[in-house]
Design a protein around this ligand. Structure first.
Ligand SMILES: *[C@@H]1O[C@H](CO)[C@@H](O)[C@H](O)[C@H]1NC(C)=O
Ligand SMILES: *[C@@H]1O[C@H](CO)[C@@H](O)[C@H](O)[C@H]1NC(C)=O
Ligand SMILES: *[C@@H]1O[C@H](CO)[C@@H](O)[C@H](O)[C@H]1NC(C)=O
Length: 535
């Protein structure tokens, strides 16, 4: 029996390497360690990757194999997750505590990922504890293969722009605040590529640039704009969009958008690039500089005005982002050939966030369950048939009455199910939800309480973009449709980090009983073991 399993695994491995052999390999060696940074002019402990804060930008091409050897030189266990990278058939590489044991201090682990069928702007960051409050994040761009045209002219140059809210407090101090049940403090500032001002983007008059802008912050939606220039939206999180022009665009926590910006051809001078917080009082602002070649005048004048505080403005703007149905993507077929609006939904799941006191301490919950990580990753428990780690459907499909409790929520689904998920936000703060392993159609945004009749009135069944992170406005709902075609154990989490740390997350197990490499790769030979599967 044991021998059969071993042989099976060997067969799998050779098949995997055979399947992947034709595509190029990219090897990255990353050392993660503490180092001193002072983004807000106060010295503090940062998390550096190869000495850099923010971490290095990854530029890879669709279908590349990306091998990241990660050396953890922190004093705590660590995982990085690859936000928006689909990890097709291999949630083993996802880098969250439900699928991976964390990398212990002073040791390393190697991620082996393939950028299967994806193009677009993504990010990475530490998924463990409050590490991302100290750094460890960066841009992750998947470029199109040369044989796949993108629906816009090749830019003169690309810029990766990471916007984040920032705290002067140490990440362990922030964690301590949450551990002791206290509310998370407001951020002290906003950073663009690690600085509140003075990051410079150098341009040549008359040329067109691609700005890949990501909100890698922990709590705050931002608005992005450039003085004296308009933004042509071309992509959001792997979807090629209808190329509408914007004065400014809201980018919520965990989201990415790419803009083409054609800079002026005459009278070179410098302009401000602005990122300011949304729905906060006071508003925090970071600026960077669009520096024209040949310019001798520094950026000056009033900053371009921010949109109104109103949630409605943002919701209306969100509805203007539409999928370009005729544009190619990384997928073999044109995206428009997939008529998602006509597919029968087999299950509707309504997930409501809430805050609650449990055992006297502040926690956050989804459908009244506040998630706690078991010592054994769910995926390993599943693989080794370890009982008592989780139970399927330990969370209800709609918000129940009654008090919140701690638990380990796993939604059980069948491979290829087509599912509607409604995020119901009955709180006064904006939410942001991320699903690993998938992109999904963001079909509807509305205010108040969701019900089924709103589908007809508010859903975009035709050209909603697919993304992997969706915002949910205060006292509002957002609806997504997702085709569960990626087998594995996938994290569905609040991108608002203190909420996630205190339980606003769950897992979606996408499963069928067929054990086949066509549906899921086997456990990687280097998988770390911990908890009940340690030996
Ligand atoms: C750890 O990293 C070093 C050098 O970067 C490498 O030689 C070694 O093989 C790695 N170990 C593991 C277990 O990946
Ligand atoms: C959509 O994509 C097509 C095909 O690449 C392109 O020609 C067209 O300009 C795009 N339309 C819009 C409105 O962006
Ligand atoms: C559904 O919600 C809408 C908008 O809030 C409301 O007008 C309508 O009465 C609701 N319908 C049902 C059946 O509850």
């Amino acid at each position: 029996m044991r021998q059969a399993i071993v042989l099976g695994i060997l067969a799998c491995l050779s098949l995997v390497s055979y399947v992947r052999a034709e595509d190029p390999y990219v090897y990255l060696n990353w050392v993660v360690e503490y180092g001193e940074i002072s983004p807000l002019d106060v010295k503090q402990r940062g998390i550096l990757i190869n000495g850099q804060f923010p971490g290095p930008t990854v530029n890879v091409v669709t279908n590349d194999n990306v091998i990241v050897n990660l050396e953890n030189k922190l004093d705590e266990p660590l995982l990085l997750t690859w936000n928006g990278v689909k990890q097709r058939k291999t949630s083993w590489q996802d880098g969250v505590l439900g699928t991976n044991c964390p990398i212990p201090p002073n040791s390393n682990w190697t991620y082996k990922m393939q950028m299967k069928d994806q193009i677009g702007t993504f990010t990475y960051f530490p998924s463990t504890l409050m590490h991302r409050a100290a750094g460890g994040f960066g841009g992750f761009n998947i470029l199109a293969r040369s044989v796949i045209p993108v629906p816009y002219p090749k830019p003169y140059e690309e810029f990766t722009v990471l916007v984040s809210d920032w705290w002067k407090k140490d990440h362990k101090e922030l964690q301590q605040i949450l551990d002791s049940g206290n509310p998370f403090p407001l951020p002290d500032g906003i950073l663009i590529n690690g600085k509140p001002r003075l990051t410079s983007f150098n341009v040549v008059p008359g040329q067109t640039y691609l700005f890949r802008v990501s909100n890698v912050g922990m709590t705050t939606s931002i608005n992005f704009r450039i003085q004296g220039h308009t933004l042509r939206l071309v992509e959001c999180e792997g979807s090629h969009t209808m190329q509408e022009m914007y004065e400014s665009l809201d980018i919520h926590v965990g989201q990415s958008s790419s803009f083409l910006v054609t800079v002026h051809s005459h009278n070179p001078k410098d302009y401000f690039i602005v990122a300011s917080t949304r729905f906060t009082k006071p508003i925090l602002t970071a600026t960077a500089v669009l520096h024209y070649q040949g310019s001798n005048s520094p950026a000056s004048g009033p900053l371009p005005v921010a949109p109104t505080y109103h949630v409605h403005w943002s919701m209306k703007q969100a509805r203007t982002v539409r999928w370009n149905l005729t544009a190619n993507a990384a997928r073999p077929n044109p995206q428009g050939s997939f008529h998602y609006g006509t597919i029968q939904v087999v299950r509707t799941i309504v997930l409501e966030n809430s805050a609650a006191k449990i055992n006297g301490k502040l926690r956050y919950a989804v459908n009244k369950v506040s998630y706690i990580n078991p010592d054994t990753p769910l995926k390993l428990a599943d693989y080794f048939n370890i009982p008592d780690v989780f139970t399927l459907n330990s969370i209800k499909d709609s918000p129940p009455a009654g008090p919140a409790a701690l638990g380990t929520s796993v939604v059980g689904t069948t491979l290829h199910d087509f599912v509607e998920i409604v995020f119901q936000n009955s709180e006064s703060t904006i939410q942001s939800w991320h699903l690993d392993g998938y992109d999904f159609w963001t079909v509807g945004f509305g205010s108040g309480k969701w019900n089924t009749t709103l589908r007809r009135r508010f859903y975009n069944y035709n050209d909603a973009p697919t993304r992997y992170t969706v915002q949910v406005y205060p006292y509002s709902w957002s609806a997504i449709l997702v085709s569960l075609d990626n087998k594995g154990m996938w994290n569905l989490r609040s991108a608002i980090w203190p909420r996630r740390y205190l339980g606003q997350e769950l897992y979606v197990r996408v499963w069928n009983d067929e054990r086949s490499l066509f549906t899921e790769y086997d456990i990687p030979p280097n998988a770390l073991l911990c908890g009940k599967v340690k030996h």
